[in-house]
Design a protein around this ligand. Structure first.
Ligand code: AHR
Length: 330
C-alpha cells in the first residue's frame, strides 16, 4: 500500500513536471523583456540586415560576420540594404516570415524603426543591434558596438594637440541621421568647446564614401574660405581618403598644410599615414563577428546579456603607422 502511494505520488510529480514544461511560455524573457527563441533551429537561423558596402569598414564588418557564421555552422540570411532604410525594413519583415531564430541589424539611421521592431517583438524574435543604435531602447535586446561620442572626443583631442589649439576646421560628416554621424559630431564639438582657437568653418555630409568625401572637400577648397582651412575632421577614413585626393588636386599638401584626422582605422588609412598624408585615425573596430555569435549563443540559451556590449578601440598616428600597419587585421 505504502509502495503504491509512493508510486502514485511519483507519477503525479512527473505529470506535474510535464504539465509545467508544456505550460511554460515557449520563451523565457531576458533582462529586457525580449524573448529567447522557443526552440532554436539546428543549425541556428540568423537574419542579418547590413547597411551596404559604402566603406572599407563596412566591407570588413560584413566579412567578419559572414566568416564567423560559416565557422560556427550558422545559417546566416544576409541582406544588403544598399543604404536604404526602406530596404532594411523590408528585410526585417522578411526575416519574420522566414521564422529566423534571431534578427541582427545595423540600422542605417537612428529613427523610424518602432513599428517594425514591435512586429518583431510580437513575433517573439530577439533583436541584436550591431554597429549602430536606434532610439527605441526597449525594443532590442543588446547593442554591440563602439562609443561614437568618445571617438569624436578622441579626434578633437588629437587635433587640439597637433595644432596647439589653433585650427580652421572643415568637417566631413557621415550619413545624415546615422548614429555615428550624430555622436562623432557631438563628441568632437564637446572638446572643441574648450579650445576657443579651434573653429569649424565648413561642415557637410560626405555620406561615409570616398567619392562623396572628395567631391565635398573640393567644394570646400574652392569656396572663398577654402584657402583658410588648416584642418580636416572626417567622420570616417574613406571620406578622408577621398578628401586627400581633392587637397592634392588643389595644390595643397595633405598631412602638412591641412592636418587630417578621421575615424575607423582601416588599412588604407594606415597606408596614407605611412605616406604622411593622414595624421591620425581613431579606431572603430568592425570585426564584430566573434562577439556577435557569442552573444547570440547566450541569448538562445536563455542567458542574460548586457544592454550594451562595447568594443575596445585605440588611437593611431602617423608617427607609429609603419609599425602598426604590420599587425592590422582589416
Ligand atoms: O557605423 C560605422 C561607420 O559606418 C564607419 O565609421 C563607416 O566607415 C561606416 O560606413
Amino acid at each position: 500500500m505504502q509502495r503504491t502511494s509512493r508510486l502514485v505520488a511519483c507519477l503525479g510529480a512527473i505529470a506535474l513536471a510535464a504539465v509545467l514544461v508544456a505550460c511554460k511560455k515557449p520563451t523565457s524573457p531576458d533582462a529586457h523583456g525580449t524573448p529567447a527563441p522557443a526552440s532554436p533551429k539546428s543549425p541556428l537561423k540568423v537574419g542579418f540586415s547590413q547597411i551596404g558596402a559604402e566603406s572599407d569598414w563596412r566591407k570588413a564588418n560584413s566579412e567578419s560576420i559572414r566568416s564567423e557564421a560559416a565557422a560556427r555552422g550558422v545559417n546566416l540570411v544576409f541582406s544588403d540594404a544598399q543604404q536604404k532604410q526602406e530596404n532594411q525594413i523590408k528585410a526585417l519583415r522578411t526575416f519574420i516570415v522566414q521564422d529566423v531564430d534571431v534578427i541582427v541589424f545595423a540600422p542605417v539611421v537612428k529613427t523610424g524603426w518602432e513599428p517594425v521592431l514591435r512586429e518583431i517583438r510580437d513575433a517573439g524574435i530577439p533583436v541584436i543591434l550591431t554597429d549602430r543604435r536606434v532610439e527605441n531602447e526597449d525594443l532590442y535586446t543588446t547593442f554591440i558596438g563602439a562609443d561614437f561620442v568618445e571617438e569624436g572626443r578622441r579626434a578633437a583631442r588629437f587635433l587640439a594637440d597637433a595644432t596647439s589649439g589653433n585650427a580652421v576646421i572643415a568637417e566631413l560628416e557621415g550619413t545624415p541621421g546615422a548614429d555615428p554621424a550624430i555622436d562623432r559630431k557631438k563628441g568632437f564639438a564637446e572638446v572643441l568647446a574648450q579650445h576657443p582657437g579651434m573653429k569649424i568653418i565648413k561642415s557637410q555630409s560626405g555620406e561615409f564614401t570616398r567619392a562623396k568625401g572628395r567631391e565635398v572637400m573640393e567644394t570646400f577648397l574652392k569656396s572663398p574660405e577654402g584657402p583658410s582651412i588648416t584642418a580636416l575632421y572626417a567622420h570616417n577614413d574613406d571620406m578622408a581618403l577621398g578628401a586627400i585626393q581633392a587637397i592634392e588636386e588643389a595644390g595643397r599638401r595633405p598631412g602638412e598644410d591641412i592636418i587630417i584626422v578621421s575615424v575607423d582605422g582601416v588599412r588604407a588609412a594606415f597606408e596614407a599615414m605611412v605616406e604622411g598624408k593622414l595624421n591620425c585615425t581613431v579606431e572603430c573596430n568592425p570585426l564584430l563577428g566573434p562577439i556577435l555569435f557569442d552573444t547570440i549563443e547566450k541569448i538562445v540559451a536563455g542567458q542574460q546579456v548586457p544592454k550594451w556590449i562595447a568594443t575596445e578601440e585605440g588611437v593611431f598616428t602617423r608617427q607609429t603607422a609603419a609599425e602598426d600597419i604590420k599587425t592590422r587585421k582589416y
